[in-house]
Write a protein that binds this ligand. Sequence first.
Ligand code: NDP
Length: 250
Amino acid sequence: MSELELKGKTALVTGASKGIGKASALKLASMGANIAVNYFSSENEALDTVKEVQSLGVDAFAVQANVGKLDEVDSMISEIIKKFEKIDILINNAGIIQDGLLLRMSDEAWSKVIDTNLNGTFYCSRAAIKLMFKSRWGRIINIGSVVGLRGNVGQTNYSASKAAINGFTFALAKEVATRNITVNTITPGYINTETVEVLSDKQKDAIMNWIPMQKFGEVDDISNMVGYLASNNAKYITGQTISIDGGMAI
Ligand code: NDP
């Protein structure tokens, strides 16, 4: 893989203020892509991501938007077009959890998770696809979850949102396959980010029992695959769900 093979390409990474999104932004930047760093509430962290991306010699800016709100996604896309004129690579990474047993799950906890994780993926992909059609090249990489493949107690909303992303990926990959646009989903297991840091030691010990490799993953385990799927080496890979989970989904 040539180091700067994404030179001249533009990537939108949703939820790039921290965690897997930030690592993905840095990976794509290291390959030469200019980056639109989307964030929701963590402005300072997003600006830090921008600085780190720029230090790799590419262009970047931070763009605030709740991906679960269509009007905010529309404004974000307009800002990106104004700055970069196109989107070649879309990483649908922004995601939240609001856990609770179904019996006690509020309408709000259900809707917020579906809006952010699933509707956000829909709004951003629909907007990006239009631009990718024009350039006859594109990469959409969705961040799903092992929980969307296997389910998890207290996560019906999250599991539903992530499982739906797999179906979305299969269908969209078929729709755009002749246009030189690939659509894939990475399904991480437990990766060391803020999401996992908040778990108690007892919860972490319980989770270890489900992981054959007996350890959590690191953000680079995911961002390296993001880089690969965006590269020319992955040009014939589409509609796939790629698990990076230490064997959890086996
Ligand atoms: P973090 O909580 O570290 O980061 C989440 C990111 O999403 C932040 O940048 C946050 O922005 C952004 N975000 C949240 N809500 C919105 C919104 N409505 N609009 C735009 N951006 C939003 O998460 P991780 O890095 O751990 O997770 C990233 C993705 O990977 C998620 O989709 C998650 O479901 C998935 N995943 C993570 C796993 C893990 O173990 N870490 C396992 C499996 C899947 P801000 O801070 O600015 O509000």
